[in-house]
Design a protein around this ligand. Structure first.
Ligand code: BEZ
Ligand code: FE
Length: 290
């Protein structure tokens, strides 16, 4: 029997998949192998480079823990996560767009009353965030739940920073009968994705900037509606067009308004100065999803 050559190895490997019972798994593996082999051929990968790649992926796995998912981070910074998001969540016109969940979501944040603050640490410029949750016809959705999280004033999430109390900068808020919500936080700041692992080495080797534009994360849910995983970006942030994980979408911005006097300020009793911002979320019913 003749030995395999660089020309017929791909066909041979694919033949080994012929008995795969699941058609979808077969489709995915077939395409993956074709593209991997095409990549090796295109760049004429050397054995040393192949081994460096194996070492990189091994370190990526070693970096993963209950609070750190370096593989998701790698997928994020290579643009794979947002590509999957764009395929998965095609929304009808007028519906709020999704974006990445990110690696720092924690279940079990406390439900807080309207107007409460999610801030349990010092620093940052106060921000009053309010808005409405509606359906595609503009009808307010009462009782929708907003699960909110963001970094503290030092640019770190509570799970990254032993100095912060658990659930700092996290909270759940329920909309009132008119679909309205209001909570207090601090104006978010840009922050770098974690660069102390293999993804950080990738950034250094490619001279990429690791910052994400300032944002607040939201998961908005309501019975009968498709859950919305998204974040809202500060419209004045300099990194909007350079997001290290490509998650920015122009429709997902809020514009902070600075209040130096109580006149026109949404909460007249709050110490000045502070910012306010509004955003209205539009949810789709499960059957309206694209
Ligand atoms: C974040 O928004 O928290 C995030 C998203 C993707 C990668 C790293 C951080
Ligand atoms: Fe984030």
């Amino acid at each position: 029997m003749a030995s395999l050559t660089a020309d017929d190895i791909t066909t041979n490997v694919l033949r080994h998949l012929e008995q795969t019972p699941s058609p979808r798994l077969k489709e995915i593996l077939t395409s993956l192998i074709r593209h991997l082999h095409a990549f090796v051929r295109e760049v004429q990968l050397t054995e040393a480079e192949w081994f460096e790649g194996i070492r990189f992926l091994t370190e990526t796995g070693r970096m993963c823990s209950d609070t750190r998912q370096e593989f998701i981070l790698l997928s994020d910074v290579l643009g794979v996560s947002i590509l999957v998001d764009l395929f998965t969540h095609r929304k009808p016109a007028g519906a709020t767009e999704t974006t990445l969940l990110g690696p720092f979501y924690v279940e079990g944040a406390p439900e807080l009353p309207q107007g409460a603050s999610i801030v349990r640490t010092e620093g940052g410029m106060p921000l009053v965030f309010s808005g409405c949750v509606r359906d595609l016809e503009g009808k307010p959705i009462a009782g929708a739940l907003l699960d909110v999280w963001q970094t503290a004033a030092n640019g770190l999430y509570d799970v990254q920073d032993p100095q912060q109390p658990a659930f700092n900068m996290r909270g759940k808020f329920r909309t009132d009968a008119q679909g309205r919500f209001l909570f207090r936080t601090v104006r978010p700041i840009s922050y770098p994705v974690p660069t102390d692992g293999p993804v950080g080495r990738l950034f250094a080797a490619t001279k990429r900037q690791p910052y994400r534009p300032a944002h607040i994360h939201f998961i908005v849910t309501a019975p009968g509606y498709t859950p919305l995983v998204t974040h809202l970006f500060d419209a004045e942030d300099p990194y909007l067009q350079r997001d290290a994980v490509f998650a920015f979408k122009p429709s997902l911005t809020f514009t902070p308004v600075r209040h130096d006097s109580a006149e026109g300020a949404p909460l007249p009793d709050l110490p000045l100065p502070y910012y306010s911002a509004t955003y209205d979320f539009v949810l789709t019913r499960a059957e309206e999803a694209g």
